[in-house]
Design a binder for this molecule. Structure first.
Ligand SMILES: Cc1cc2nc3c(=O)[nH]c(=O)nc-3n(C[C@H](O)[C@H](O)[C@H](O)COP(=O)(O)O)c2cc1C
Ligand code: SF4
Length: 431
């Protein structure tokens, strides 16, 4: 069982209490009150306006406005409409959705129910990563409880509204977290992303209008309905409101989960909350938002953790998975690990991605072995540049960005390997 977050906020403050994970305990804490309010007192369009007004950004990586996405769902169609809850969480360095599923599934289900009302969706598919066996069992238990209490199924809360929830387990492919790869996998096909347009709101699960949101995105929704858009906007930054659950891993005293307002400074999270770097070592670099986000060097940790500020430093919030590396770390080995992952996980449809991820991996391995040539550095930058923005999905960008970040800030590590014809970082982690 995962420990509960070290710092809690409105999403996770009751996670230490086992009672909260049961329907009765969740109701005692005010659970399903927001859904009742939305379904009985608010028109669907008003719920969408409220969520739009709150400024809630998707927490699955891209940071797109949740309310705006909901407004793309057609209102003039006879086709069934669906929601998909993306619980694939396969981004290395990301583990926030796991706790939200294990300890807060009813909170998420309540958010789903409100989103279903707002968009007119009759069914939600929750696609959960295959390795999350325990969270999947907890989730199913909560879904069953919600059906038994008529929070799901026919005539939800006596309103005449019907909503069904189906839990589907993935089989362990990172690309099935990309929303259209997910939809293909959900339909029983290979998890290969679709060309867009059409976007899921027009042609989604089983060809029907569909909205895909992340576990955490749905989990914020009951709080917004209960306390209002102004309350939500009062937390975080003007452009990035609300809390988020940061997952901190790597070389810190207290790796774990920290629910904090967006805009909290990265150095505050690492040094004050996570206790800094152990063994008197110093930070060398930090990946701020899951493995696909470009790394920041030690001198740039005074950055607020919000997209508007991180973009100025050529990186992004991603999933808020913060990976800290101390000054023993060989950044070429880091590149070897990252490029190996992306080479393995590419679905192979696009040449730039299928071949590019393999080439990047081959070249960084060669450099790490001491067999690199000075021109390899320009080749790495060239390949990464040609993978960006050229492919069916953003996976290729996600594979190129970390290499670009490492080359931007740690080129000297690569040059030292080439010059000395070996890895000069004997204390670094082993490959
Ligand atoms: C390669 C790749 C992997 C992704 N993996 C996930 C994932 O595991 N979980 C997730 O919620 N979003 C993931 N996304 C983002 C989804 O495509 C989608 O934007 C997101 O689920 C939308 O939800 P949100 O708007 O609530 O963030 C991934 C995107 C890419 C390109
Ligand atoms: S970019 Fe990569 S993962 Fe995405 S569709 Fe193309 S080959 Fe597949």
């Amino acid at each position: 069982m995962l420990k509960v977050p070290y710092v809690t906020g409105y999403l996770t403050e009751r996670f230490a209490d086992d009672d909260f994970a049961t329907l009765e305990g969740y109701e005692r804490a005010g659970g399903y009150r927001a859904a009742r309010k939305a379904l009985t007192e608010m028109a669907p369009a008003d719920v969408i306006e409220l969520v739009k007004g709150s400024g809630l950004q998707g927490r699955g990586g891209a940071g797109f406005s949740a309310g705006l996405k909901w407004s793309f769902m057609p209102t003039d169609t006879d086709q069934p409409k669906y929601l998909v809850c993306n619980a694939d969480e396969s981004e290395p360095g990301s583990f926030k959705d796991r706790i939200l599923l294990e300890r807060g599934a009813h909170q998420m289900l309540e958010g789903i129910l409100i989103a279903a009302w707002a968009t007119g969706a009759e069914k939600t598919f929750i696609y959960i990563r295959g390795e999350y066996a325990h969270p999947a069992r907890e989730l199913q238990r909560c879904v069953d409880e919600a059906y038994a209490k008529r929070y799901l199924g026919e005539n939800v809360m006596g309103t005449g509204f019907r909503h069904d929830v189906v839990v589907t387990r993935g089989a362990g492919a990172y690309i099935c977290g990309e929303e259209t790869g997910l939809l293909e996998s959900l339909e029983g096909k290979k998890g290969q992303p679709r060309k867009k347009p059409p976007f899921p709101a027009q042609y989604g699960a089983f060809g029907m209008p569909t909205t895909v949101n992340n576990v955490e995105t749905f989990s914020h929704v009951p709080h917004i309905v209960e306390r209002g858009a102004d309350w939500f906007r009062g937390i975080g930054t003007e452009k990035s409101p609300g809390n988020t659950v940061f997952g901190v891993s790597g070389h810190v005293e207290r790796p774990g989960l920290y629910e904090l307002p967006l805009g909290t400074r990265l150095d505050e999270i690492i040094f004050e909350h996570a206790g800094g770097v152990p063994n008197g070592r110093k930070v060398k670099g930090v990946i701020p938002g899951g493995m696909s986000m470009p790394i920041l060097p030690a001198g740039q940790l005074d950055v607020p953790m919000a997209n508007e500020a991180l973009r100025e430093r050529k990186t992004m919030l991603g999933t808020g998975g913060i990976m800290v590396m101390d000054d023993t770390t060989c950044m070429v080995r880091v590149a070897c690990v990252i490029t190996y992952f992306f080479r393995d996980e590419s679905c192979g449809q696009c040449t730039q991605c299928r071949e590019g991820t393999g080439w990047l991996n081959k070249i960084v391995n060669r450099i790490e072995r001491g067999a690199g040539e000075p021109e390899d550095l320009a080749i790495l930058v060239d390949i990464a540049g040609k993978m960006e923005g050229q492919t069916i999905c953003a996976f290729a960008d996600a594979a190129a960005w970390p290499v670009q970040g490492l080359m931007r800030h740690f080129r000297a590590d690569f040059e030292a390997h080439i010059e000395h014809k070996k890895c000069p970082f004997s204390e670094s982690f082993a490959l």
